[in-house]
Design a protein around this ligand. Structure first.
Ligand code: FAD
Length: 447
């Protein structure tokens, strides 16, 4: 089969790879000059199968309301004159109850486990190196009340087979001695030994290069202008070379839209509405000054809801979510405050370990922002759309790196007529597992 994959982030590249493995002829298109130059570029690097709770829970609406007035809050709703944002917000509110939370967790864990196995297979098969650390993820708390709730959260996850251990401060310091300078602020934590970390950009770019070697046509530097349909199916996709301005049309037996947050406008143009809205986040990547004192275990800071991962001789810190449209600015007062907050926390938790000086002070922090393709459930849309030959693999929100390998494999299997071995509600697919899909993405997939 001839398949055109639109978008070369972790999701599109992984889809392309698994399609090639099944003998398909693949064209991979992206507007950037390489893979992973948008949201998959500098994320928090966590393969976080065991910390996959959706944002929507019973307490989220009240917290979001409180956080609306703080520039450094973990989640910031910035109201826009955009019906899509309000629709998304209402669907999100509809997920803020215990039943929806548990239903969503079940699917996220299923996809996470499937994906972790798929990632290990790809690494074993290709030998890709990407600063991988198989040291688990530790979540530390500096507030007793929040730590008291950690056991309940761990119990919910354990119900779904996730091994999340609640540990005291002494145990946490044994797991990650680099936390010692911050120890008197820590009240305890949780630890998931099977999780890992690694550089999503490096992995994705190397996998894209291997796709090229395996025969895929890599059309980088090409804008996807529009999908053209005829008699209820895609007839062709129009692309334009950004460097030469030359337009061309691609025809195939199947088209996969894996354009992250930009999936929404592209599909809307052919009458398919999907509840994917951009959730802006930031990261800072800092050179290490004292590698021996730097953490090896990836971290979650409960108070600020940020994540930290060691990537070779660098430390990455990332987090915060702003729901305010397709805004990628790094130079606004709000963006600067959020970036400064990330770096400040690194200095507090690991004093002297990384170079946290500002550029004005002679430092070289690499700031970045990306738009998480967020659904109200946190569950991605993987499967068919109602337009013939048109498939979707998008909406991975906070977990696209974690779920990338498995999402790519699953969609390649579906396109090949296989049934992925996981209990997950694939969009638009007939059969039992569809019932398990959360109502929002399926119901709203109508024009
Ligand atoms: C701050 C932050 C921290 C994160 N931390 C983690 C983490 O620790 N673990 C984890 O699992 N996930 C994490 N994520 C989430 C993860 O990075 C995303 O879910 C993932 O990168 C999404 O991948 P994607 O392939 O869907 O989108 P993208 O990487 O954005 O890929 C989409 C591609 O489509 C292309 N495209 C879009 N529109 C067009 C067009 N019209 N023409 C041509 N090309 C187009 C873009 O150029 C892009 O390359 C984090 C995200 C952020 C922002």
């Amino acid at each position: 089969m001839k398949v055109v994959v639109l978008g070369a982030g972790i999701i599109g590249v992984s889809t392309a790879w698994h399609l090639l493995q099944r003998g398909h002829e693949v064209t991979l298109v992206d507007r950037q000059d390489d893979a992973a130059l948008e949201t998959s570029f500098a994320n928090a690097a966590q393969i976080s199968v065991s910390y996959c709770e959706p944002w929507a829970n019973r307490e989220a609406p009240l917290k979001a309301l409180k956080w609306m007035f703080s520039a450094t809050s973990p989640l910031l709703f910035r109201p826009q004159l955009d019906p899509a944002q309000w629709r998304w917000g209402l669907q999100f509110l509809g997920q803020c109850n215990d039943a929806a939370f548990e239903r969503n967790v079940a699917q996220l864990v299923a996809l996470g486990s499937y994906s972790h196995a798929a990632l290990k297979d790809v690494v074993a098969q290709t030998g890709i190196e990407y600063q991988r650390l198989e040291r688990g993820i530790a979540h530390y708390y500096s507030d007793q009340k929040s730590f008291d709730g950690a056991a309940d959260a761990a119990a919910v996850m354990q119900k779904f087979g996730v091994k999340r251990h609640v540990i005291d401060r002494a145990e946490l310091l044994r797991v990650e001695p680099a936390l010692s300078a911050f120890a008197d602020r820590i009240v305890g934590g949780t630890y998931t030994p099977s999780d890992e970390s690694g550089d999503a950009r490096v992995f994705t770019q190397q996998l894209a290069a291997l796709c090229g070697k395996a025969g895929a046509q890599l059309l980088f530097g090409h804008d996807i202008e529009r999908l053209e349909t005829e008699a209820g199916e895609v007839r062709q996709v129009r692309v334009r070379d950004r460097h030469t301005g030359q337009a061309s049309a691609l025809q195939a037996d199947a088209y996969v839209v894996a354009c992250g947050s930009y999936t929404t406008p592209l599909l809307k143009s052919v009458g398919v509405r999907v509840p994917i809205y951009p959730g802006k986040g930031y990261s800072a990547t800092l050179p290490l000054l004292q590698p021996d004192r730097a953490p090896q275990v990836s971290m979650i800071d409960d108070q600020l809801k940020i994540a930290m991962s060691r990537l070779g001789n660098q430390l990455r810190v990332a987090g915060t979510i702003e729901l305010g449209g397709f805004d990628l600015a790094l130079d606004t007062p709000l963006a600067k405050k959020r970036c400064a907050m990330l770096v400040k926390r690194i200095e507090e938790v690991f004093p002297g370990v990384a170079d946290t000086r500002t550029p004005e002070e002679g430092g070289d922090p690499q700031f970045w922002t990306g738009l998480r393709p967020a659904t109200p459930t946190n569950i991605p849309l993987i499967g068919r759309t109602r337009i013939g030959k048109l498939w979707i693999n998008a909406g991975h929100g906070t977990l696209g790196w974690t779920h990338g390998a498995g999402s790519g494999k699953a969609l390649a299997e579906l396109i090949s007529g296989e049934v992925p071995a996981m209990d997950f509600g694939f969009t638009g697919m007939p059969g039992g597992s569809q019932r398990r899909a959360s109502a929002a993405p399926l119901a709203s997939q109508r024009a």
